[in-house]
Write a protein that binds this ligand. Structure first.
Ligand SMILES: [Zn+2]
Length: 93
């Protein structure tokens, strides 16, 4: 078993970010669109906040729900994203 490393990961105050996003009422999982519960629940459940570096000077922040985190860890990012795009396709095609 090799350790999974995420070199692009930027240190971020997840708790503070979850509280901030919760207060907007617009928090949803980036991948499956699950609605963010209350901040305390989200923290306990294991929701994650990740920063995505884009070309623009402003970095975006995305939310990831616990089940997507687990799937992503299990399948690896590429395979996981393939599954996500397949689901999206099935829903719209
Ligand atoms: Zn999700």
């Amino acid at each position: 078993m090799s350790a999974v490393t995420t070199p692009e990961r930027v240190a971020l105050d997840v708790h503070a970010a979850l509280h901030a996003i919760c207060s907007t009422g617009k928090g949803r999982c980036w991948y499956c669109d699950l609605k963010l519960p209350l901040a305390e629940k989200a923290i306990t459940a294991g929701w994650d906040v990740q920063r995505v570096q884009k070309r623009e000077p402003v970095a975006s922040i995305i939310l990831v729900c616990p089940s997507c985190l687990r799937q992503k860890a299990k399948l690896g990012e590429d395979e996981f994203l393939r599954g996500v795009s397949l689901r999206v396709c099935n829903a719209t095609c």
